[in-house]
Design a protein around this ligand. Structure first.
Ligand SMILES: Cc1cc2nc3c(=O)[nH]c(=O)nc-3n(C[C@H](O)[C@H](O)[C@H](O)COP(=O)(O)OP(=O)(O)OC[C@H]3O[C@@H](n4cnc5c(N)ncnc54)[C@H](O)[C@@H]3O)c2cc1C
Length: 258
């Protein structure tokens, strides 16, 4: 793990300044298995008092390496308690990368360097309804944004999970429609069939909606195209690729787009 006064912190301070965000020296408070494949990592730190994220924004966590060579991964801010100085990141335990290994081996007291808030995809508050579709890596962003839709608003949810029983806790106040949870039931993460079928089954509500899509690179592209065929214009679709099948994300936490 990183040293709070060491090169990882200095590299994060420089990057954070360039991006206009905060550099945060945090420590692991505790970890909780929300499901067999979703680990909540609760981080603590006084600097969280100054963090002011929009729903759906994320922290970029430094993993192994120091300074320029630091590998980073991005995790959505699932909950933030500014007064208590606590933030929850919910991490899908799939694949075999450094992010997954960090989440499954994190122990209370471990030092963690991060920067944030990051991310351009957040709630379109002028939309009449909000469709969230994607896999379990996108579920924290989807649920954070869906929880920001006020009481009486309309949310359509299609979030892929390993199996029934792996549904994630949430406090959505809006009226929820759609399949909600799409169980892979033995299909591999990154297989588009479940979410593509879920999208076809969804009845889009009347009015101007906004769709938010996240997950595996190729699946996100399929879903974005599917939404276009359903008549949604590109400005009303926020699609973000979170990871790429068979490839490591780049050091900056983003999948390679080539
Ligand atoms: C803006 C943004 C927000 C994100 N928020 C979250 C979040 O809140 N929670 C979360 O879990 N992830 C989130 N991600 C994804 C996360 O940043 C990592 O991509 C993910 O944890 C995989 O990183 P890794 O180091 O474990 O694997 P990598 O080093 O990227 O990949 C190693 C191998 O694992 C495979 N792999 C990676 N991810 C998966 C997966 N989900 N299922 C199956 N195989 C996989 C890859 O194909 C590759 O073969 C977010 C990504 C972005 C860009």
């Amino acid at each position: 793990m990183t040293n709070p006064s060491g090169p990882a912190r200095r590299a994060n301070e420089a990057l954070a300044e360039r991006l206009g965000v905060l550099a945060l020296s945090l420590r692991v408070e505790r970890t909780t298995a929300l499901t067999p494949s979703c680990q909540r990592v609760r981080l603590a730190g006084d600097e969280l008092a100054d963090l002011d994220p929009l729903p759906g924004q994320d922290l970029m966590v430094s993993l192994d390496g120091d300074g320029e060579r630091t590998r980073r991964r991005r995790y959505t801010i699932r909950h933030l308690d500014r007064d208590a100085g606590l933030v929850d990141l919910d991490i899908a335990l799939h694949g075999d990368g450094p992010g997954m290994r960090w989440a499954s081996s994190a122990r209370p007291g471990d030092a963690v360097e991060a920067i944030g808030p990051r991310g351009k995809v957040t709630l379109d508050t002028a939309a009449d309804w909000h469709l969230f579709i994607g896999d379990d890596s996108f579920a924290p962003a989807a649920l954070a944004m869906a929880e920001a839709v006020p009481h009486g608003g309309a949310v359509v949810l299609a979030l892929e999970i390993d199996a029934a029983g792996h549904e994630l806790p949430n406090e959505i106040r809006a009226v929820v429609a759609g399949p909600r949870w799409v169980a892979r039931d033995g299909a591999a993460p990154g297989d588009p069939s479940g979410l593509v079928a879920a999208l076809e089954s969804i009845e889009l509500p009347p009015g101007r909606g906004h769709a938010y899509v996240g997950g595996e690179h190729a699946v996100v592209a399929r879903l974005r195209d599917g939404l276009g065929r359903r008549g949604m214009d590109p400005e009303s679709v926020s699609a973000k690729s979170y990871w790429r099948l068979g490839q490591q994300n780049a050091a900056n936490g983003e999948p390679d787009r080539s």
